[in-house]
Design a protein around this ligand. Structure first.
Ligand code: ACM
Length: 551
């Protein structure tokens, strides 16, 4: 066995790339913990497997199996090499952890399994190459816990279908940033993406197409259960959405009697002119990008039999506590009918035993929502058009709020006007803009107590592949993770753009080793080995702005 190298060789000087910023971190300096192929990992067996896999991804080191097991661990080391000890102590708030790293040892203690998992993600982010050409973990003392309980990412699998492997890859990525909810937007005008035994025609007849005439697809129940299990292994819940009463054109392919005829106004015709595609026609697959033209029939009992069937079966398939019923952009539904629908639909979801979530428009009915219905705000950082008032309606009904401000953390907004991917209706959103907000200052009257959490949606009109998802989401998804996990802006010295930009830049090697096709957006001092800028990003400007050496 190799002797432990001289600690003098292992100093690491850069600001650790911990994202989201931890609640507290102290860096005593001095020698780093040397990470070698002989480093032993002791303690919780699941956590040890997670840590070994992450270390292998980041460094290529194949750590030997240490003494593992769920029993008490008194010492991390059974040999002469410094060891990493991982354990759960049941103390502290949910999802919290403490991490100690010194030249002699590393210990990560989670309050629960999720906390330990998050401590390991931090450990993975701390790993750095040492002056001596090896790997090390800088001396650090971290005590960390999330600010908000719900930290999500949403993937739209309706405008373009994304298969199980892509969804699992997104789970890997999101969990590494301590996100704990995967919201799947499973139905929209363009397709229905989940097999239901109660309504088999939905996937038999309404799943085959996608935006731009691309092929569609759907998850079998086994696929969906596999996604749920994979998410659970990464301490994430799945929050499935069937969007209603608008965004339901696909239903006309399977159950045409349930929908009104499409309502096409001048604004939709403009979108159709700008983005192509045909105007929607009842019973014909829709592959364009217009929104708001479809509506379920609101005063027909068959509609509520349908809503009951689909959410009852979704509840049976979903172990997580939430079902999302949509409720956005129901421009084809008269306002009084919309109110009637969301009142009944939220009650139907609540009757399954799950907590309903709806987009903020549904808050218009206030206390008529099922008690505890969660509202998801997707307006701007400064609310417009009464969206704040609608959002407060959920609080009136005893529910909390998820914040998804579109001009900050809608991951499908273009990051540069010339970028090939993305939309611009909420603006061109730079990395700085994605970071420049705090959840508690978006909506008057909605502070930390009323906020369930933060979620970054990725709508998939232009995102066809995992690489497209990466290109749009990274690095801006890290802003959402920091808004959801870290102390409030102003409550921590780390919660500044400059600190964030430095820490995100430091994640480039980890992201590269994870296969993440991130975009090296301007304003972040990427290391020289960052990938070449995406189309639309001027490398010279990046380098001038940040001092980074272009790749
Ligand atoms: C939305 O972006 N229509 C929720």
């Amino acid at each position: 066995m190799d002797a432990t190298p001289d600690p003098a060789e292992w100093s690491i000087v850069a600001l650790p790339a911990v994202v989201p910023a931890p609640a507290s971190i102290a860096l005593p300096g001095g020698a780093a913990f040397p990470l070698t192929a002989h480093t032993e990992i002791a303690g919780d067996a699941d956590a040890a497997a997670t840590a070994r896999a992450l270390i292998a991804t980041r460094t290529g080191l194949d750590l030997r199996a240490g003494s593992t097991g769920s029993g008490p661990v008194t010492s991390g080391s059974t040999g002469s090499d410094p060891a990493i000890t991982l354990r759960i102590d049941g103390a502290g708030t949910p999802e919290s952890y403490r991490l100690h790293a010194s030249a002699a040892s590393v210990t990560v203690i989670g309050s629960d399994a999720a906390g330990l998992f998050y401590g390991i993600q931090t450990l993975g982010q701390l790993i750095a190459e040492t002056d001596g050409g090896g790997w090390g973990i800088p001396a650090a003392e971290i005590a960390d816990a999330p600010r908000f309980r719900y930290r999500g990412v949403m993937l739209d699998v309706a405008r373009h279908f994304h298969g199980v492997e892509t969804v699992k890859a997104l789970i890997d990525r999101a969990a590494s940033l301590k996100l704990n909810a995967l919201h799947l937007h499973l139905s929209d005008d363009q397709g229905w993406r989940l097999e239901l035994r109660s309504r088999p025609l939905l996937t038999e007849k309404a799943s085959a197409t996608a935006v731009g005439g691309d092929p569609g697809g759907f998850y079998t129940q086994a696929d969906y259960r596999g996604i749920v299990a994979y998410a659970a292994a990464h301490h994430m819940i799945v929050v499935p959405e069937f969007d209603m009463p608008g965004h339901t054109h696909a239903v006309t392919l399977a159950y045409p009697e349930l929908n009104e005829q499409p309502k096409v106004d001048e604004h939709m015709l403009e979108i159709i002119r700008d983005y192509g595609g045909d105007a929607p026609a009842h019973g014909v697959p829709y592959d364009g990008m217009a929104v708001g033209f479809s509506s379920l029939k609101i005063h027909d009992d068959a509609t509520y039999a349908f809503v009951t069937d689909v959410f009852t079966e979704l509840a049976e398939l979903t172990p997580g506590p939430y079902l999302h019923l949509g409720g956005d952009e129901a421009l084809g539904t008269p306002p009084e009918d919309f109110a009637h629908f969301v009142e009944r639909a939220s009650a139907i979801v609540a009757a399954t035993g799950k907590t309903p979530i709806a987009w903020h428009e549904a808050g218009v009915v206030g206390e008529r929502l099922a008690p505890g219905t969660v509202g998801q705000y997707w307006g701007f950082r400064t609310p417009t058009d009464g969206m704040d008032e609608k959002t407060r309606g959920f609080v009136a009904a005893g529910g909390q709020i998820i914040l998804s401000p579109a001009d900050a953390i809608y991951l499908d907004m273009k990051y540069d006007a010339d970028a090939a991917l993305g939309l611009v209706w909420a603006g061109v959103v730079s990395a700085q803009q994605s970071y420049a907000w705090d959840p508690a200052t978006v909506i008057d009257g909605i502070g930390d107590d009323e906020i369930l959490g933060v979620e970054a949606p990725l709508w998939a009109e232009t995102a066809r592949t995992l690489s497209d998802i990466d290109t749009l989401a990274f690095p801006r998804i890290a802003s959402a993770a920091e808004a959801g996990w870290s102390p409030a802006a102003g409550a921590s010295a780390l919660r500044t753009w400059d600190s964030f930009a430095q820490r995100v830049a430091g994640l480039a090697p980890l992201w590269t080793s994870m296969g993440i096709a991130f975009t090296p957006l301007p304003g972040i001092p990427w290391p020289a080995a960052a990938p070449a800028p995406a189309p639309g990003i001027d490398a010279a400007t990046d380098a001038e702005a940040t001092g980074a050496v272009p790749a």
